[in-house]
Write a protein that binds this ligand. Sequence first.
Ligand SMILES: Nc1ncnc2c1ncn2[C@@H]1O[C@H](COP(=O)(O)OP(=O)(O)OP(=O)(O)O)[C@@H](O)[C@H]1O
Ligand SMILES: [Mg+2]
Length: 453
Amino acid sequence: MSKILIVEDDRNTLSGLVEILGEEGYEVEGVETSKKALKSLQKETFDILLTDLRMPDMNGMQLFERSLTIAPEMKTIVMTAYSSVKDAVEAMKKGVYEYLTKPLDLDELFVIIEKALGEQELQRENVELRKQVKSTYSFQNIIGKSAPMQQIFSTIVKVAKTQSTVLIRGESGTGKELVARAIHYNSPRSNKPLVEISCASFPESLLESELFGYEKGAFTGADSRKKGRFELANEGTIFLDEIGDITESVQTKLLRVLQERQITRLGGTETIDVDVRVITATNRDLEQAMDERKFRDDLFYRLNVIPITLPPLRERIEDIPLLIEHFMKKYSVQNKIPTPSLSAEALEVCMNYSWPGNVRELENAIESAIVLGEGSTILPEHIPLGGRRKALGANKVDFLKNSGETFKDKIEAVERLILQDAIEQASGNKSEAAKVLDISLRTMRYKIKKYGL
Ligand SMILES: Nc1ncnc2c1ncn2[C@@H]1O[C@H](COP(=O)(O)OP(=O)(O)OP(=O)(O)O)[C@@H](O)[C@H]1O
Ligand SMILES: [Mg+2]
Protein backbone atom coordinates (compact mmCIF):
# COMPACT_ATOMS: atom_id res chain seq x y z
CA MET A 1 0.00 0.00 0.00
CA SER A 2 1.32 3.45 -0.85
CA LYS A 3 2.12 5.68 2.11
CA ILE A 4 1.45 9.39 2.23
CA LEU A 5 2.64 11.90 4.79
CA ILE A 6 0.53 15.05 5.02
CA VAL A 7 1.84 18.25 6.62
CA GLU A 8 -0.69 21.01 7.14
CA ASP A 9 -0.92 23.52 9.97
CA ASP A 10 -4.64 24.01 9.60
CA ARG A 11 -6.19 21.31 11.77
CA ASN A 12 -9.46 21.04 9.86
CA THR A 13 -7.85 20.78 6.47
CA LEU A 14 -5.42 18.20 7.85
CA SER A 15 -8.04 15.91 9.34
CA GLY A 16 -10.18 16.22 6.20
CA LEU A 17 -7.29 15.19 3.96
CA VAL A 18 -6.27 12.32 6.20
CA GLU A 19 -9.78 10.97 6.08
CA ILE A 20 -10.35 11.36 2.35
CA LEU A 21 -7.03 9.85 1.31
CA GLY A 22 -7.49 7.06 3.83
CA GLU A 23 -10.80 6.23 2.20
CA GLU A 24 -9.07 6.18 -1.17
CA GLY A 25 -7.01 3.29 0.10
CA TYR A 26 -3.72 4.98 0.97
CA GLU A 27 -1.93 4.60 4.26
CA VAL A 28 -1.93 8.15 5.60
CA GLU A 29 -0.23 9.97 8.41
CA GLY A 30 -1.00 13.62 9.17
CA VAL A 31 1.14 16.04 11.17
CA GLU A 32 0.81 19.75 11.85
CA THR A 33 4.39 20.89 11.66
CA SER A 34 7.48 20.30 9.55
CA LYS A 35 9.42 19.28 12.63
CA LYS A 36 7.03 16.45 13.31
CA ALA A 37 7.16 15.56 9.64
CA LEU A 38 10.93 15.18 9.76
CA LYS A 39 10.61 12.87 12.76
CA SER A 40 8.12 10.69 10.89
CA LEU A 41 10.34 10.60 7.82
CA GLN A 42 13.20 9.35 9.91
CA LYS A 43 11.09 6.57 11.33
CA GLU A 44 9.25 5.35 8.26
CA THR A 45 9.44 5.33 4.49
CA PHE A 46 6.77 7.34 2.71
CA ASP A 47 6.07 7.35 -1.00
CA ILE A 48 4.53 10.80 -1.09
CA LEU A 49 4.89 13.95 0.94
CA LEU A 50 1.91 16.27 0.63
CA THR A 51 2.82 19.50 2.33
CA ASP A 52 1.53 22.98 2.83
CA LEU A 53 3.95 25.58 1.55
CA ARG A 54 3.47 28.32 4.13
CA MET A 55 3.76 27.17 7.70
CA PRO A 56 4.92 28.95 10.83
CA ASP A 57 7.92 26.91 11.98
CA MET A 58 9.66 25.58 8.91
CA ASN A 59 8.05 26.10 5.52
CA GLY A 60 7.22 23.37 3.01
CA MET A 61 10.18 24.19 0.83
CA GLN A 62 12.68 23.84 3.65
CA LEU A 63 11.00 20.62 4.64
CA PHE A 64 11.34 19.35 1.08
CA GLU A 65 15.03 20.18 0.97
CA ARG A 66 15.67 18.43 4.26
CA SER A 67 13.70 15.40 3.10
CA LEU A 68 15.98 14.91 0.11
CA THR A 69 18.72 13.47 2.26
CA ILE A 70 16.37 11.33 4.32
CA ALA A 71 14.04 10.02 1.61
CA PRO A 72 15.43 10.80 -1.83
CA GLU A 73 12.89 8.63 -3.66
CA MET A 74 9.84 10.25 -2.09
CA LYS A 75 7.74 12.51 -4.32
CA THR A 76 6.72 15.84 -2.84
CA ILE A 77 3.52 17.66 -3.72
CA VAL A 78 3.05 21.15 -2.27
CA MET A 79 -0.24 22.83 -1.51
CA THR A 80 -0.44 26.55 -1.66
CA ALA A 81 -2.84 29.45 -1.62
CA TYR A 82 -3.50 30.99 -4.99
CA SER A 83 -1.59 34.10 -3.98
CA SER A 84 1.69 32.23 -3.68
CA VAL A 85 1.69 30.23 -6.89
CA LYS A 86 4.92 31.94 -7.82
CA ASP A 87 6.66 30.28 -4.87
CA ALA A 88 5.19 26.95 -5.91
CA VAL A 89 6.58 27.27 -9.40
CA GLU A 90 9.97 28.07 -7.91
CA ALA A 91 9.63 24.96 -5.76
CA MET A 92 9.06 22.80 -8.81
CA LYS A 93 12.25 24.07 -10.34
CA LYS A 94 14.03 22.74 -7.28
CA GLY A 95 12.56 19.30 -7.69
CA VAL A 96 9.17 19.37 -6.05
CA TYR A 97 6.96 17.04 -8.06
CA GLU A 98 3.79 19.16 -8.38
CA TYR A 99 1.86 21.94 -6.74
CA LEU A 100 -1.82 22.28 -6.04
CA THR A 101 -3.69 25.47 -5.27
CA LYS A 102 -6.06 25.78 -2.35
CA PRO A 103 -8.89 25.11 -2.04
CA LEU A 104 -7.90 21.69 -3.31
CA ASP A 105 -9.65 20.07 -6.21
CA LEU A 106 -9.81 16.49 -4.93
CA ASP A 107 -9.98 14.84 -8.33
CA GLU A 108 -6.88 16.71 -9.35
CA LEU A 109 -5.20 15.64 -6.12
CA PHE A 110 -5.98 11.96 -6.76
CA VAL A 111 -4.72 12.14 -10.33
CA ILE A 112 -1.46 13.77 -9.30
CA ILE A 113 -0.87 11.30 -6.50
CA GLU A 114 -1.40 8.37 -8.86
CA LYS A 115 0.86 9.91 -11.45
CA ALA A 116 3.59 10.50 -8.90
CA LEU A 117 3.30 6.93 -7.62
CA GLY A 118 3.44 5.60 -11.17
CA GLU A 119 6.64 7.47 -11.96
CA GLN A 120 8.16 6.45 -8.70
CA GLU A 121 7.46 2.81 -9.37
CA LEU A 122 9.04 3.09 -12.79
CA GLN A 123 12.15 4.69 -11.30
CA ARG A 124 12.37 1.99 -8.67
CA GLU A 125 12.01 -0.70 -11.30
CA ASN A 126 14.78 0.86 -13.35
CA VAL A 127 17.10 0.96 -10.37
CA GLU A 128 16.17 -2.63 -9.60
CA LEU A 129 16.74 -3.64 -13.22
CA ARG A 130 20.21 -2.13 -13.25
CA LYS A 131 21.16 -3.91 -10.07
CA GLN A 132 19.92 -7.20 -11.43
CA VAL A 133 21.70 -6.98 -14.74
CA LYS A 134 24.89 -6.40 -12.84
CA SER A 135 24.55 -9.35 -10.53
CA THR A 136 22.83 -12.67 -10.86
CA TYR A 137 20.96 -12.05 -14.07
CA SER A 138 24.06 -12.12 -16.13
CA PHE A 139 26.74 -14.71 -16.40
CA GLN A 140 29.73 -14.14 -18.68
CA ASN A 141 27.73 -11.72 -20.80
CA ILE A 142 24.82 -14.12 -21.03
CA ILE A 143 21.73 -12.36 -19.79
CA GLY A 144 18.74 -14.18 -18.36
CA LYS A 145 16.54 -14.09 -15.29
CA SER A 146 14.04 -16.68 -16.46
CA ALA A 147 14.02 -20.01 -14.69
CA PRO A 148 15.42 -21.96 -17.69
CA MET A 149 18.30 -19.50 -18.14
CA GLN A 150 19.11 -19.55 -14.43
CA GLN A 151 19.18 -23.33 -14.70
CA ILE A 152 21.56 -23.07 -17.64
CA PHE A 153 23.90 -20.80 -15.68
CA SER A 154 24.20 -23.35 -12.94
CA THR A 155 24.68 -26.18 -15.43
CA ILE A 156 27.51 -24.22 -17.06
CA VAL A 157 29.24 -23.76 -13.72
CA LYS A 158 28.95 -27.45 -12.88
CA VAL A 159 29.90 -28.73 -16.31
CA ALA A 160 32.82 -26.37 -16.72
CA LYS A 161 34.74 -28.11 -13.94
CA THR A 162 34.57 -31.47 -15.71
CA GLN A 163 36.16 -32.79 -18.90
CA SER A 164 32.85 -34.02 -20.26
CA THR A 165 31.76 -33.53 -23.82
CA VAL A 166 28.88 -31.06 -24.14
CA LEU A 167 26.26 -30.79 -26.85
CA ILE A 168 24.56 -27.41 -26.96
CA ARG A 169 21.27 -27.22 -28.78
CA GLY A 170 18.78 -24.52 -29.51
CA GLU A 171 17.31 -22.49 -32.33
CA SER A 172 19.45 -20.05 -34.24
CA GLY A 173 20.40 -16.99 -32.23
CA THR A 174 19.68 -18.42 -28.79
CA GLY A 175 23.25 -18.01 -27.55
CA LYS A 176 24.89 -21.38 -28.19
CA GLU A 177 28.25 -19.83 -28.93
CA LEU A 178 28.11 -17.74 -25.78
CA VAL A 179 27.46 -20.84 -23.72
CA ALA A 180 30.36 -22.72 -25.32
CA ARG A 181 32.70 -19.86 -24.46
CA ALA A 182 31.35 -19.57 -20.94
CA ILE A 183 32.08 -23.23 -20.35
CA HIS A 184 35.64 -22.95 -21.59
CA TYR A 185 36.44 -19.76 -19.70
CA ASN A 186 35.09 -21.20 -16.46
CA SER A 187 36.97 -24.45 -16.83
CA PRO A 188 40.44 -25.44 -15.60
CA ARG A 189 41.47 -25.16 -19.27
CA SER A 190 40.64 -21.47 -19.42
CA ASN A 191 44.22 -20.35 -19.96
CA LYS A 192 44.73 -22.87 -22.76
CA PRO A 193 43.33 -22.30 -26.25
CA LEU A 194 39.67 -22.32 -27.17
CA VAL A 195 39.59 -23.27 -30.83
CA GLU A 196 36.30 -22.62 -32.57
CA ILE A 197 35.29 -23.94 -35.95
CA SER A 198 32.01 -23.68 -37.75
CA CYS A 199 31.65 -27.01 -39.54
CA ALA A 200 29.06 -25.65 -41.96
CA SER A 201 31.43 -23.16 -43.51
CA PHE A 202 33.80 -25.71 -45.08
CA PRO A 203 33.27 -28.22 -47.86
CA GLU A 204 33.94 -31.80 -46.79
CA SER A 205 37.55 -32.20 -47.86
CA LEU A 206 38.56 -28.86 -46.51
CA LEU A 207 36.84 -29.50 -43.19
CA GLU A 208 38.82 -32.69 -42.73
CA SER A 209 42.12 -31.01 -43.31
CA GLU A 210 41.08 -28.13 -41.06
CA LEU A 211 40.18 -30.48 -38.24
CA PHE A 212 42.95 -33.02 -38.52
CA GLY A 213 45.69 -31.20 -40.45
CA TYR A 214 47.78 -32.68 -43.25
CA GLU A 215 51.28 -33.77 -44.14
CA LYS A 216 53.30 -32.24 -46.90
CA GLY A 217 52.19 -33.70 -50.23
CA ALA A 218 48.93 -35.15 -48.85
CA PHE A 219 47.15 -33.61 -51.83
CA THR A 220 47.97 -31.21 -54.60
CA GLY A 221 48.71 -27.88 -53.06
CA ALA A 222 49.75 -29.32 -49.71
CA ASP A 223 53.28 -28.00 -49.97
CA SER A 224 53.97 -28.00 -46.26
CA ARG A 225 52.71 -29.77 -43.18
CA LYS A 226 49.77 -28.12 -41.41
CA LYS A 227 48.45 -28.71 -37.95
CA GLY A 228 44.73 -29.29 -37.59
CA ARG A 229 42.42 -27.60 -35.12
CA PHE A 230 42.42 -30.60 -32.81
CA GLU A 231 46.15 -30.32 -32.44
CA LEU A 232 45.93 -26.56 -31.98
CA ALA A 233 43.40 -27.08 -29.23
CA ASN A 234 45.66 -29.44 -27.35
CA GLU A 235 45.19 -29.06 -23.57
CA GLY A 236 42.34 -26.67 -24.29
CA THR A 237 38.87 -26.87 -25.75
CA ILE A 238 37.62 -27.35 -29.29
CA PHE A 239 34.21 -25.97 -30.12
CA LEU A 240 32.69 -27.64 -33.17
CA ASP A 241 29.78 -25.43 -34.17
CA GLU A 242 27.03 -26.56 -36.56
CA ILE A 243 27.94 -30.18 -35.89
CA GLY A 244 24.67 -31.31 -37.49
CA ASP A 245 26.06 -30.29 -40.87
CA ILE A 246 29.01 -32.66 -41.16
CA THR A 247 29.09 -35.43 -43.75
CA GLU A 248 29.22 -39.13 -42.97
CA SER A 249 32.89 -39.39 -43.71
CA VAL A 250 33.75 -36.62 -41.25
CA GLN A 251 31.33 -38.13 -38.73
CA THR A 252 33.24 -41.41 -38.87
CA LYS A 253 36.61 -39.73 -38.43
CA LEU A 254 35.35 -37.60 -35.61
CA LEU A 255 33.95 -40.62 -33.83
CA ARG A 256 37.37 -42.23 -33.96
CA VAL A 257 39.04 -39.16 -32.49
CA LEU A 258 36.51 -39.07 -29.66
CA GLN A 259 37.05 -42.75 -28.90
CA GLU A 260 40.80 -42.83 -29.14
CA ARG A 261 41.75 -39.26 -28.36
CA GLN A 262 44.25 -39.51 -31.16
CA ILE A 263 44.39 -37.96 -34.60
CA THR A 264 46.20 -38.77 -37.80
CA ARG A 265 47.00 -35.95 -40.17
CA LEU A 266 45.74 -36.35 -43.74
CA GLY A 267 48.33 -38.20 -45.78
CA GLY A 268 50.18 -39.20 -42.62
CA THR A 269 50.63 -42.43 -40.71
CA GLU A 270 51.74 -41.16 -37.36
CA THR A 271 49.06 -41.03 -34.64
CA ILE A 272 49.19 -38.00 -32.41
CA ASP A 273 47.68 -37.91 -28.92
CA VAL A 274 45.43 -35.01 -28.27
CA ASP A 275 44.09 -33.88 -24.92
CA VAL A 276 41.07 -31.85 -25.93
CA ARG A 277 37.75 -31.07 -24.36
CA VAL A 278 35.04 -31.19 -26.98
CA ILE A 279 32.01 -28.92 -27.09
CA THR A 280 29.63 -29.07 -30.02
CA ALA A 281 26.52 -27.15 -30.99
CA THR A 282 23.75 -27.37 -33.51
CA ASN A 283 20.32 -25.98 -34.28
CA ARG A 284 19.41 -29.10 -36.26
CA ASP A 285 17.08 -31.86 -35.22
CA LEU A 286 19.65 -34.59 -34.71
CA GLU A 287 17.05 -37.18 -33.71
CA GLN A 288 15.39 -36.76 -37.07
CA ALA A 289 18.76 -36.86 -38.83
CA MET A 290 19.46 -40.14 -37.06
CA ASP A 291 16.08 -41.53 -38.12
CA GLU A 292 16.93 -40.61 -41.67
CA ARG A 293 20.35 -42.24 -41.25
CA LYS A 294 22.08 -38.94 -41.91
CA PHE A 295 23.69 -38.71 -38.51
CA ARG A 296 25.42 -41.62 -36.78
CA ASP A 297 23.79 -42.75 -33.56
CA ASP A 298 27.08 -43.76 -31.99
CA LEU A 299 28.55 -40.32 -32.66
CA PHE A 300 25.45 -38.67 -31.23
CA TYR A 301 25.82 -40.55 -27.94
CA ARG A 302 29.48 -39.62 -27.74
CA LEU A 303 28.64 -35.97 -28.24
CA ASN A 304 25.51 -35.84 -26.14
CA VAL A 305 27.15 -36.69 -22.82
CA ILE A 306 25.96 -33.45 -21.32
CA PRO A 307 23.13 -31.85 -23.26
CA ILE A 308 22.36 -28.17 -22.80
CA THR A 309 19.28 -26.91 -24.58
CA LEU A 310 18.70 -23.20 -24.91
CA PRO A 311 15.03 -22.24 -24.98
CA PRO A 312 13.82 -19.92 -27.74
CA LEU A 313 13.32 -16.32 -26.65
CA ARG A 314 9.53 -16.52 -27.07
CA GLU A 315 9.46 -19.05 -24.25
CA ARG A 316 11.22 -16.75 -21.82
CA ILE A 317 9.78 -13.34 -22.51
CA GLU A 318 10.61 -12.21 -19.00
CA ASP A 319 14.22 -11.97 -20.24
CA ILE A 320 13.32 -9.47 -22.96
CA PRO A 321 13.45 -6.28 -20.82
CA LEU A 322 16.87 -7.20 -19.42
CA LEU A 323 18.24 -8.07 -22.85
CA ILE A 324 16.96 -4.79 -24.25
CA GLU A 325 18.59 -2.85 -21.44
CA HIS A 326 21.85 -4.73 -22.04
CA PHE A 327 21.88 -4.08 -25.80
CA MET A 328 20.81 -0.44 -25.44
CA LYS A 329 23.81 0.14 -23.25
CA LYS A 330 26.13 -1.86 -25.50
CA TYR A 331 25.21 -0.06 -28.72
CA SER A 332 24.96 3.43 -27.29
CA VAL A 333 28.46 3.07 -25.88
CA GLN A 334 29.66 1.65 -29.19
CA ASN A 335 28.10 4.53 -31.13
CA LYS A 336 29.18 7.08 -28.53
CA ILE A 337 25.67 8.40 -27.89
CA PRO A 338 23.85 8.69 -24.59
CA THR A 339 21.76 5.66 -23.71
CA PRO A 340 18.20 6.48 -24.75
CA SER A 341 15.16 5.39 -22.83
CA LEU A 342 12.68 2.88 -24.10
CA SER A 343 9.05 3.90 -24.44
CA ALA A 344 6.46 1.68 -22.84
CA GLU A 345 4.92 1.14 -26.29
CA ALA A 346 8.21 -0.05 -27.76
CA LEU A 347 8.67 -2.49 -24.89
CA GLU A 348 5.15 -3.72 -25.44
CA VAL A 349 5.88 -4.37 -29.11
CA CYS A 350 8.99 -6.32 -28.18
CA MET A 351 7.15 -8.35 -25.57
CA ASN A 352 4.47 -9.35 -28.04
CA TYR A 353 6.67 -10.26 -30.96
CA SER A 354 7.69 -13.89 -31.46
CA TRP A 355 11.41 -13.27 -32.26
CA PRO A 356 11.97 -16.15 -34.67
CA GLY A 357 15.64 -15.11 -34.87
CA ASN A 358 15.78 -15.13 -31.06
CA VAL A 359 18.30 -13.00 -29.17
CA ARG A 360 20.31 -12.25 -32.30
CA GLU A 361 17.24 -10.72 -33.93
CA LEU A 362 16.47 -8.71 -30.80
CA GLU A 363 20.07 -7.51 -30.61
CA ASN A 364 20.01 -6.38 -34.23
CA ALA A 365 16.66 -4.65 -33.74
CA ILE A 366 17.96 -2.70 -30.74
CA GLU A 367 21.17 -1.76 -32.50
CA SER A 368 19.18 -0.38 -35.38
CA ALA A 369 16.77 1.43 -33.03
CA ILE A 370 19.71 3.07 -31.26
CA VAL A 371 21.20 4.26 -34.51
CA LEU A 372 17.93 5.39 -36.11
CA GLY A 373 16.54 6.85 -32.87
CA GLU A 374 19.63 9.08 -32.54
CA GLY A 375 19.59 9.10 -28.77
CA SER A 376 15.99 10.09 -28.20
CA THR A 377 13.38 7.81 -26.67
CA ILE A 378 12.99 4.55 -28.59
CA LEU A 379 9.53 4.31 -30.11
CA PRO A 380 7.83 1.32 -31.72
CA GLU A 381 8.59 2.63 -35.21
CA HIS A 382 12.32 2.52 -34.48
CA ILE A 383 12.21 -1.22 -33.96
CA PRO A 384 12.40 -3.25 -37.16
CA LEU A 385 10.58 -6.53 -36.88
CA GLY A 386 11.25 -9.22 -39.44
CA GLY A 387 8.05 -11.16 -39.38
CA ARG A 388 4.51 -10.10 -38.82
CA ARG A 389 3.78 -8.95 -35.30
CA LYS A 390 2.13 -11.69 -33.40
CA ALA A 391 -1.47 -11.42 -32.34
CA LEU A 392 -1.99 -10.42 -28.74
CA GLY A 393 -1.78 -13.33 -26.41
CA ALA A 394 0.33 -15.30 -28.82
CA ASN A 395 3.06 -15.51 -26.23
CA LYS A 396 0.83 -17.41 -23.90
CA VAL A 397 3.00 -19.59 -21.80
CA ASP A 398 2.19 -23.18 -21.14
CA PHE A 399 0.64 -22.54 -17.76
CA LEU A 400 0.86 -26.07 -16.50
CA LYS A 401 4.48 -26.46 -17.33
CA ASN A 402 6.53 -25.98 -14.21
CA SER A 403 8.94 -23.30 -15.26
CA GLY A 404 9.57 -21.81 -11.87
CA GLU A 405 6.77 -19.26 -11.67
CA THR A 406 4.55 -19.27 -8.67
CA PHE A 407 0.82 -19.79 -9.00
CA LYS A 408 0.40 -16.05 -8.41
CA ASP A 409 2.78 -15.27 -11.32
CA LYS A 410 0.72 -17.46 -13.59
CA ILE A 411 -2.57 -15.87 -12.55
CA GLU A 412 -1.05 -12.44 -13.10
CA ALA A 413 0.19 -13.44 -16.55
CA VAL A 414 -3.37 -14.44 -17.47
CA GLU A 415 -4.79 -11.26 -15.98
CA ARG A 416 -2.34 -9.22 -18.00
CA LEU A 417 -3.43 -10.92 -21.22
CA ILE A 418 -7.10 -10.30 -20.45
CA LEU A 419 -6.43 -6.63 -19.77
CA GLN A 420 -4.37 -6.33 -22.92
CA ASP A 421 -7.15 -7.83 -25.00
CA ALA A 422 -9.74 -5.51 -23.47
CA ILE A 423 -7.60 -2.44 -24.08
CA GLU A 424 -6.97 -3.56 -27.63
CA GLN A 425 -10.69 -4.09 -28.19
CA ALA A 426 -11.43 -0.63 -26.82
CA SER A 427 -8.75 0.83 -29.12
CA GLY A 428 -6.79 2.03 -26.14
CA ASN A 429 -9.67 3.81 -24.43
CA LYS A 430 -9.30 2.96 -20.75
CA SER A 431 -12.85 3.62 -19.63
CA GLU A 432 -14.19 1.62 -22.57
CA ALA A 433 -11.85 -1.22 -21.65
CA ALA A 434 -13.03 -1.04 -18.03
CA LYS A 435 -16.62 -1.33 -19.26
CA VAL A 436 -15.78 -4.34 -21.40
CA LEU A 437 -14.47 -6.11 -18.32
CA ASP A 438 -17.12 -4.69 -16.02
CA ILE A 439 -14.63 -3.28 -13.56
CA SER A 440 -14.31 0.26 -12.24
CA LEU A 441 -12.16 2.78 -14.02
CA ARG A 442 -10.12 3.12 -10.85
CA THR A 443 -9.36 -0.60 -10.82
CA MET A 444 -8.54 -0.44 -14.51
CA ARG A 445 -6.09 2.42 -13.96
CA TYR A 446 -4.49 0.60 -11.09
CA LYS A 447 -4.02 -2.55 -13.14
CA ILE A 448 -2.74 -0.70 -16.17
CA LYS A 449 -0.12 0.80 -13.94
CA LYS A 450 0.65 -2.47 -12.23
CA TYR A 451 1.26 -4.31 -15.48
CA GLY A 452 2.78 -1.39 -17.31
CA LEU A 453 0.22 -1.65 -20.08
N1 LIG B 1 21.32 -14.66 -23.26
C1 LIG B 1 22.00 -13.77 -24.01
N2 LIG B 1 22.46 -12.63 -23.45
C2 LIG B 1 23.12 -11.73 -24.17
N3 LIG B 1 23.37 -11.85 -25.47
C3 LIG B 1 22.95 -12.96 -26.09
C4 LIG B 1 22.24 -13.98 -25.39
N4 LIG B 1 21.95 -14.96 -26.25
C5 LIG B 1 22.45 -14.57 -27.44
N5 LIG B 1 23.06 -13.38 -27.36
C6 LIG B 1 23.68 -12.63 -28.47
O1 LIG B 1 22.94 -12.97 -29.64
C7 LIG B 1 23.82 -13.21 -30.72
C8 LIG B 1 23.66 -14.63 -31.21
O2 LIG B 1 24.18 -15.52 -30.23
P1 LIG B 1 25.00 -16.84 -30.65
O3 LIG B 1 25.90 -16.53 -31.79
O4 LIG B 1 25.59 -17.41 -29.43
O5 LIG B 1 23.77 -17.71 -31.15
P2 LIG B 1 23.76 -19.20 -31.70
O6 LIG B 1 22.80 -19.95 -30.84
O7 LIG B 1 25.15 -19.70 -31.80
O8 LIG B 1 23.08 -19.00 -33.13
P3 LIG B 1 23.33 -19.83 -34.51
O9 LIG B 1 22.65 -21.17 -34.34
O10 LIG B 1 22.64 -18.99 -35.52
O11 LIG B 1 24.79 -19.92 -34.68
C9 LIG B 1 25.21 -12.90 -30.24
O12 LIG B 1 25.55 -11.57 -30.58
C10 LIG B 1 25.10 -13.06 -28.74
O13 LIG B 1 26.03 -12.23 -28.10
MG1 LIG C 1 26.32 -20.13 -33.46
